[in-house]
Design a protein around this ligand. Sequence first.
Ligand code: UDP
Ligand code: MG
Length: 328
Amino acid sequence: MSHNPYISVVIPVHNEQEVLEELYSRLTRALDKLGKTYEIILTNDGSTDKSSQMLQEFHQRRPEQIRVIEFNGNFGQHMAIMAAFERVRGQIVITMDADLQNPPEEIGKLVDAMERGHDVVNTYRQDRQDSWWRLQVSKWHNKLRAWMMPKLKMQDEGCMLRAYSRQIVDLMASTGESATFIPALALTYASNPTEVGVAHAERQAGTSSYNLYALIRYNFDLVTGFSVFPLQVFTMIGLLISLCSFAFVVFLVLRRLIHGPEVEGVFTLFAIMFFLCGIILFGLGIVGEYVGRIYQEVRKRPRFVVRHVLEQPAVEPVEGKIINAEVA
Ligand code: UDP
Ligand code: MG
């Protein structure tokens, strides 16, 4: 290859041995068909199955196009993407999942949209094929997010098949945050984003790496990473409750003056106490989320550790790179 590629496809891989072979053949076929130069960067995020050997083999099959980043452990999907972002050589960067839920045949649509001058192309899943509870969680979460973070304009945040301009990718890679949500981060830098609909398929094989707990954690990352809304809601609720409690105290004092002392109503007081305790605990939890995040950032631990990278050296100097941080 005499030039840096035009398209970089970035894929995080965590225990995906069942789907990798099909991913390889469908993705390379779809990209070959586009007739543009490309590279595929696969980050092995601490897989414990045969994924690592398979990726190594893919690199041997097409050493010029396939690059493999091997993590030293499991650092999460978004860090796996970040590690690839720090190394991309293409002008248009596409992210996608390894499990083929986002068909690689749709990449052409994203590239077309980028070529029309957009710097971020988001997608929404048409005919989403997921379990009922995942659909419900997503639906409510998307609604809540739209309400809490109106600036993040996307219909469907869960779909990872997206395209970014190189400039946006370099900006994202330079942030250095360790708990982040890439599509939201991209939108904060985008000047001309758009959305296109893409097909969605059921997971072909293997299992989702996310259970309910991981999904909840992931959503906390999104909400607390991009807004202080929960803190503000908390202040407002606290204020409202204080006002109500004050009115209630005035009411009790007046009642006592008119009717004299009353013993009944102890349970009402208990109920109010429990309610207030609940609110306080919840508030502490939210403050804790932010404090935890600050703690993570101030420790300045590497966001991820790369064991080795399988790739051929860049042909041209990588232009306009903002970052140079190498944590290896
Ligand atoms: N993934 C990863 N590290 C993880 C979890 C997931 O790199 O700790 C990858 C996984 O291999 C896949 C993508 O992230 O390519 C999305 O994961 P998955 O399909 O399990 O999530 P879902 O589609 O259920 O949200
Ligand atoms: Mg998936």
